[in-house]
Design a protein around this ligand. Structure first.
Ligand code: 0L1
Ligand code: MG
Length: 259
């Protein structure tokens, strides 16, 4: 973006304010030739603003790791974002619809790490760093008008990350490569699928996560949560809705949507 660092800082402020105050903004790429590198720099600057307000980094999310997700938003590259403690919603808890612009939810698999991971790692090395796995729900909320964006826009907007709920952790002695799952709204299935939709096996998402963060001088830390990406298309949230995901062998995870 014309290489102007202060310009990126201003975009970070705009993205952060939009997320914090839940208002929609125009796409940055409508008026700027933002590169993917610029966009990740904006994301980092935006998350630094959260850190300055006291939010603590607790992990990262992988995005667009399934065909269903790519098709839904018209972007066909994997992306990633940063998770903070303020984004975590207690299992069974209630979110406020008014705290989001146009939230959606998607079923995911979460990894809890017991050792750091960075750079090029094998699937076996990635699995060896996993302490536990759990079913999860990601609440995504693009801050762009009409949920429309180009690749650099969504990256700058922390890859739409805005909340996540994690179910019961269990030891990773279960092969998570092809677990059937369903996303239910008010008890009715609205999406069904399998963890195999996540890059063929969710561990591939963890391998990719280690490689992608290393490009930005980061590593996945012990104690972090890594969301492997949506296994189905996302479903819009409405006040009063009860949301649950059931995952074969891993149980359920749920939350409610308030006003
Ligand atoms: O898979 C994801 O979490 C992608 C989030 C970015 C695209 C979207 O907002 O749906
Ligand atoms: Mg997701």
């Amino acid at each position: 973006m014309n290489g102007i660092v202060t310009g990126l800082g201003e975009l970070a402020r705009i993205a952060d304010d939009a997320a914090r105050l839940a208002h929609a903004i125009p796409q940055f790429t409508d008026r700027l030739a933002l590169t993917v590198d610029d966009a990740y720099a904006v994301q980092a600057l935006s998350l630094a603003r959260r850190a300055a307000r006291g939010e603590r980094r607790v992990g990262m999310k992988m995005g667009l790791t399934s065909r269903a997700k790519m098709a839904q938003v018209g972007v066909d590259e994997m992306i990633w974002g940063r998770l903070t403690d303020a984004m975590q919603v207690e299992e069974g808890g209630t979110i406020r619809r008014s705290a989001y612009v146009h939230p959606r939810v998607e079923p995911e698999l979460a990894f809890l790490l017991k050792a750091p991971l960075a750079g090029r790692v094998t699937a076996a090395q990635a699995l060896a760093a996993v302490e536990a796995v759990a079913p999860a729900l990601e609440i995504i909320d693009s801050r762009y008008r009409d949920f429309k964006f180009a690749l650099p826009d969504v990256i700058a907007d922390n890859s739409s990350s805005s909340g996540f709920v994690v179910g019961q952790w269990r030891r990773p002695d279960l092969d998570v490569g092809n677990l059937g799952l369903a996303l239910l709204a008010d008890g009715q299935p609205v999406q069904v699928g399998s963890t195999a939709a996540i890059l063929g096996h969710p561990v591939r998402s963890l391998v990719a996560a280690a490689r992608l963060v290393a490009q930005w001088g980061e590593r996945l830390e012990a104690g972090w949560i890594v969301l492997a990406g949506g296994a189905t298309a996302a479903h819009p949230l409405a006040p009063g809705m009860a949301v649950r995901a059931d995952m074969q062998g891993l149980g359920s995870v749920s939350f409610q949507v308030g006003e």
